[in-house]
Design a protein around this ligand. Structure first.
Ligand code: APR
Ligand code: PHB
Length: 392
């Protein structure tokens, strides 16, 4: 092993959580090193979510990484619910005293953050292998990894596990220390990216008798569309013609056909880890929790976590005040559980579970009818959709 490297915060994973944490720490004058096992082009091109909450967009702007988001992101002041063949527009701005969401791909956020880190001389290492976290119960945790065939050791003051749901950080914590809350859903989402102008300039969430569908977009030329499918469905069962026919049926015809740039199936799951800390190892983003994508909360929760974690690390490292670090997990989990509730609720409202009794089915549509007829109910949806306030 070569001589040990040293940093204040070792970060595992260069997704939105790891990169934004590194950037926010840099703004506070705190050093970090980000270790990512994929290549830069892989993380910059990985298509993920695309709706940014009001507060998350403001945070990115305030942190100086929002210029392209402001220029190229699509500000959406409303979303639509479609059922029984009728479209109901929900005016987010009106219902939330002026708040909206921005449609801007997660991989664009990732590109902006990587560019900002590299421009500031930040240390982001891609394509490193075998990252392992050691001694996180002590005061000098270490990250061991292999870079271009060379074993390396990074000694840190703190470690942030930002390596997503399949990363190594969460499983590194000894069994029994963490409690997991898990719910799997009996359906998946078949998602496509198509070179076609979206048939509506705002998102449409549809509950059709045959299941859920969603019209979203990445730009005025690129549509992003989803369909509820079987959880273990094979994409080979879905020809382009079958996908378009199903989308059009469920979205009341609102799907413009065009060449498919990408298609894939994602499972739907709700998952929470408690606590989000073990010794000097702190978990953030998908490493600690995942939501079904119906509420568009995944990336927004990751941003909320690292906002808190950066503040807590700043208080500890610069002022010797460990209060915020001690309460990081409890504070983060309060907001995370509210987003879990919202994501579960949107998912329950809009999908066909397959085991509904005729009573359940009528009740589900009554929920939708009630929602679109009640300003109070719509205001609740809207305040969650644009993002609940951050706790301090
Ligand atoms: N070593 C280093 N890096 C790793 C490892 C590992 N062992 N395992 C995973 N990673 C990297 C992944 O390649 C990925 O780039 O960690 C990063 C984790 O990023 P995300 O999965 O994007 O998670 P996060 O940054 O928390 O962002 C959450 O991502 O999946 C979406 O819906 C989710 O929008 C949400 C967002
Ligand atoms: C997306 O554009 O990918 C998207 C939008 C809204 C969601 C989920 C995904 O709820």
């Amino acid at each position: 092993m070569t001589a040990a490297l040293r940093t204040q915060v070792g970060i595992v994973g260069a997704g939105p959580s790891g990169l934004l944490l590194s950037h926010l720490l840099h703004l506070e004058g705190i050093e970090s090193v980000v270790l990512e096992d994929r290549t830069r082009s892989y993380v910059e091109e990985r298509i993920r979510a695309g709706v940014i909450e009001h507060g998350a967009a403001a945070l990115l702007e305030d942190a100086g990484v929002g210029a392209r988001l402001r220029r190229e992101g699509l500000r959406h002041t409303g979303v639509n619910l479609h059922f029984h063949g009728v479209n109901h527009r929900i005016d987010l701005v009106d219902l939330t005293d002026g708040k909206a969401v921005t449609v801007y791909g997660q991989h664009e956020v990732v590109k902006d953050l990587i560019a900002a880190r590299l421009a500031a001389g930040g240390d982001v290492r891609f394509d490193v292998k075998g990252v392992a976290i050691h001694d996180f119960k002590g005061t000098a945790p270490e990250l061991h990894f292999v870079e271009q065939g060379q074993p390396k050791k990074l000694v840190c003051d703190f470690v942030a596990g930002c390596d997503g749901f399949h990363g190594i950080s969460r499983p590194t914590v000894p069994a029994g220390e963490l409690r997991f809350f898990d719910r799997q859903y009996p359906f998946g989402w078949l998602g496509i990216l198509a070179k076609a102008p979206p048939a509506c300039d705002e998102l449409i969430y549809a509950r059709h008798a045959d299941g859920f569908a969603l019209l979203s977009m990445r730009s005025p030329e690129i549509s992003r569309l989803y369909l509820q499918c079987e959880p273990d469905d094979d994409i080979a069962n879905w020809s382009d013609a079958r996908i378009w026919a199903e989308l059009k049926r469920r979205l009341g015809g609102l799907a413009t056909e065009g060449p498919m740039l990408q298609k894939g199936i994602t499972a739907m799951r709700s998952f929470v880890t408690e606590p989000m800390q073990s010794g000097r190892l702190f978990l953030a983003g998908d490493a600690a929790h995942i939501v079904p994508p119906t509420g568009a909360k995944g990336m927004n929760l990751a941003i909320g976590d690292v906002r808190l974690l950066a503040r807590a690390l700043e208080a500890q490292i610069k002022r010797g005040d460990g209060t915020k670090l001690d309460t990081y997990s409890t504070t983060a989990l309060r907001r995370i559980w509210k987003a879990q509730r919202f994501s579960w609720w949107m998912t329950s409202l809009l999908h066909k579970f397959g085991d509904e009794t005729p009573f359940d089915e009528r009740r589900q549509f009554a929920d939708l009818e009630y929602l679109v007829s009640s300003r109070a109910a719509l205001a609740s949806l809207a305040e969650n959709y644009v993002g609940l306030p951050y706790d301090d």
